[in-house]
Design a protein around this ligand. Structure first.
Ligand code: FAD
Length: 397
């Protein structure tokens, strides 16, 4: 396996980029979790418990929490630097990223009591907020048609329904859950009547919540959830009843920006690996990278990634400025996921047969980065947002 030089390339100094200290520390941490660690987990579809524990111990998953509640009070711009470096190092932040993006819903819309109750424990690494429950099989992307219903009974909501593709549910203590509290047909707008609940998974499992793991083409710990008369205290509702769609969008926009930064990290991983391999692999008596047919796709991937990264930075800055950043968050996710997918395909092609070997890490990263054209929002739906919300074209749905 000729990957030694490629590993060096993955450690290219990033001093000229944002948050160099965060990047340096994260690269150091990730060096303890080499490809062999991820390959073994991937084979068995096991959760990277040790990796996530190290991130929690280092305070990396509480970067957004205010200092007085135990966090480091940084913004999404700092978090994007971290996620990019995790992915650039060959690791996968998908196991832990939800704690950072769901934070938007709790930080911007949770009550003072809820923040005081949960955030210090999350910051101390005692509580995990890693599950985000929105998608349902029948409604798909059409979120306002979710059918999981919470009816009010005294000081509890009683939740019935099911969710699909809810990742990390088996590895989280809390879940941000979107439910309907007023039937869609009784609402003035389809997005009315939705409510956000913060569910304590430790109490819920076995008392109305059942989790069924789904095996997928990548190791993402995703599951199906079944709610059968699950009682959730009204005190666990985030914000007002019926206004949940607006609150969940804060988390969704943060999610799109963070996942875009993961895609930038993936793309840089592929570009660095491809450049290193193309320089050292000799066929027909010369380095394959001497052929422009091999060089140009690598150069194109670099150009696409550099452009997408600039939009990811702008989206994170806009979000940190207090804006919803919806259009830039969507645009960043679109461009970054396309850049990482192009880079993944280019890298596999550059490596020839070697790219298909498990020990190269390329086939694993190739599968991992493909997800981001579909989740958390598919490419078509982003194009639809730009068409109708930015360009004023007629709505198609
Ligand atoms: C591994 C994995 C992890 C996930 N984790 C989570 C999670 O933690 N929490 C959570 O809530 N969800 C999660 N999801 C769900 C994910 O967000 C959805 O899969 C995604 O939003 C797409 O929804 P869908 O699968 O229902 O596709 P559908 O809505 O059924 O769409 C199918 C295809 O049709 C296209 N399409 C649909 N309508 C239109 C239209 N009007 N115009 C053009 N094209 C259209 C879509 O772009 C898509 O390509 C996860 C999914 C996966 C695969």
């Amino acid at each position: 396996m000729q990957t030694g030089k490629a590993n060096d390339a993955a450690m290219i100094d990033a001093d000229d980029e944002t948050y160099p200290e965060i990047r340096r520390e994260i690269r150091r941490l990730c060096a303890d979790f080499p490809g062999s660690y991820w390959q073994a987990l991937d084979r068995e579809r096991h959760y990277p418990t040790e990796f996530v524990a190290r991130l929690m111990e280092g305070g990396w998953l509480s970067m957004l929490i205010p200092e007085e509640l135990g966090g480091s009070a940084l913004g999404l711009t700092a978090v994007t630097a971290m996620m990019e470096e995790i992915h650039r190092s060959g690791c996968n932040g998908g196991a832990a990223h939800a704690q950072l993006y769901t934070m938007g819903t709790l930080l911007r819309h949770g009550s003072d009591e809820q923040q005081a109750q949960y955030l210090p424990a999350i910051a101390a690494g005692e509580l995990r907020l890693q599950a985000f429950g929105v998608t349902e099989s029948a409604s798909g992307t059409d979120t306002t048609r979710i059918a999981t219903f919470a009816r009010r009974e005294g000081d509890h909501y009683i939740v019935t329904g099911n969710k699909i593709w809810i990742s990390r549910a088996e590895h989280s203590d809390l879940m941000v859950l979107l439910v309907r509290t007023t039937p869609r047909e009784d609402c003035a707008k389809p997005s009315d009547g939705l409510t956000v609940l913060l569910v304590d998974m430790r109490e819920a499992i076995g008392n109305g919540l059942t989790i069924r793991p789904i095996r997928t083409m990548l190791n993402h710990g995703t599951t199906e959830l079944f709610f059968d008369e699950l009682a959730v205290p009204v005190a666990s509702r985030i914000g007002e009843e019926g206004k949940g769609f607006r609150y969940i969008l804060s988390g969704m926009n943060a999610e799109r920006i963070l996942i875009a930064s993961e895609c930038i990290g993936d793309a840089r991983f592929f570009i660095e690996r491809a450049s290193a391999y193309a320089s050292e692999r000799e066929v027909f008596g010369r380095a394959i990278g001497q052929n422009q047919g091999v060089q140009f796709p690598i150069a194109r991937a670099w150009a696409q990634t550099t452009a997408a990264a600039a939009i990811v930075d702008r989206a994170a800055e806009q979000y940190d400025g207090g804006s919803k950043a919806g259009t830039l968050a969507n645009t960043a996710k679109l461009l970054a996921s396309e850049a990482s997918w192009f880079a993944a395909d280019m890298c596999l092609q550059t490596h020839g047969g070697l790219g298909f070997a498990e020990e190269s890490d390329i086939e694993r990263k190739f599968r991992e980065t493909r997800l981001y054209q579909v989740a958390p929002i598919s490419t078509n739906l982003i194009l639809s947002h730009i068409s109708t919300h930015v360009l004023g074209l007629p709505k198609s749905f």
